[in-house]
Design a protein around this ligand. Structure first.
Ligand code: AMP
Ligand code: MN
Ligand code: MN
Ligand code: MN
Length: 281
């Protein structure tokens, strides 16, 4: 069976394996075609490319861009862009630079909740000063015994709207789509069923319409923890808006969700990402 996975993270963003270790794991799991989709960062490309080449695997350029839509965080995946596009690198690097200030604010909020020194803790976990993700804070809260597991740290403190999260203005959805398109790639909406709508008048379809008008091409239809009914709802949206369908595990580490390649196949009557990218199966 053709096994592919188009959504995973390395230590370049908030994953816990190096890019080459991510590739090794994909290979061991029988994945032949993959994209490394670190948050707002293309820094894993060279290492992943070398590793996939050595193993005879297919690597697609990938990234997961943080955006804001009506005040809510939306993740936009980019695929198939030019890996060395200098403008895209520069744009993402400027955007990443806003993370440190946000991390300081998160640490201040946690401090006010009685949890000290979380910035230094998150930095120690990330093994760098910057960029820092909420994931690093969550792992620190678990390590220090403030939370019993990663999901609880997110749900209690760090997920959107929780007391340790801060409102942050990332770039607009349309800007992310433009950046990806101008680097020669295709934009996809990541994990669409996960978003809480900003208010009762907005539906997922409104996000999809804004995304399509900006030049977005696809949507992640199959991913971790999505039940059959939700999958069918997203597949229906993909068909109605003529969006290309992708699938991915969103792998970060062994104990925080699905493993690489551990994803069901796409539902029927969809245009698969392989068709868009010219990948033969
Ligand atoms: P950040 O990019 O700093 O906003 O961190 C967001 C990351 O936290 C996501 O990419 C996920 O890896 C992880 N995460 C896990 N659960 C949640 C959740 N409920 N809400 C937001 N982020 C989550
Ligand atoms: Mn993440
Ligand atoms: Mn995401
Ligand atoms: Mn992701």
């Amino acid at each position: 069976m053709f096994k592919a996975d188009y959504h995973m993270h390395s230590t370049v963003s908030d994953g816990q394996l190096s890019p080459s270790a991510v590739v090794d794991r994909a290979y061991r799991n029988g994945v032949y075609c993959m994209a490394l989709t670190d948050h707002d960062d293309l820094g894993g490309w060279d290492e992943a490319q070398q590793a996939t080449q050595n193993l005879g695997m297919r690597l697609i350029t990938g990234v997961e861009v943080s955006t804001t839509w009506h005040g809510k965080t939306i993740h936009i995946l980019g695929y198939g862009f030019r890996p060395m596009d200098p403008t895209f690198h520069e744009r993402l690097s400027i955007m990443r630079a806003t993370r440190i200030e946000r991390a300081e604010k998160i640490a201040q909020k946690l401090h006010d909740l009685g949890i000290p020194d979380t910035l230094a803790g998150a930095q120690a976990i990330a093994k760098r000063k910057d960029p820092i993700s909420r994931t690093h804070f969550a792992r620190y809260l678990v390590m220090m015994g403030y939370c019993k597991n990663f999901a609880q740290a997110m749900n209690q403190y760090l997920a959107d709207g929780r007391p340790g999260s801060v409102d942050h203005s990332w770039i607009d959805v349309s800007t992310a789509v433009q950046w990806i398109n101008s680097a020669g790639g295709y934009a996809f909406i990541a994990h669409p069923a996960r978003y809480k709508m900003p208010h009762a008048q907005l539906r997922l379809e409104d996000l999809v319409e804004d995304f399509v008008s900006a030049g977005g091409r696809g949507i992640e239809v199959v991913y971790n923890h999505l039940g059959p009914q939700e999958t069918e709802r997203i597949a229906d949206i993909a068909r109605r808006y003529h969006l290309v369908a992708s699938r991915g595990s969103d792998f970060h580490t062994e104990d925080e969700g699905a493993d690489i390649g551990a994803i069901p196949p796409l539902p029927n009557k969809l245009i698969a990402i392989e068709q868009l990218l010219g990948i033969s199966q």
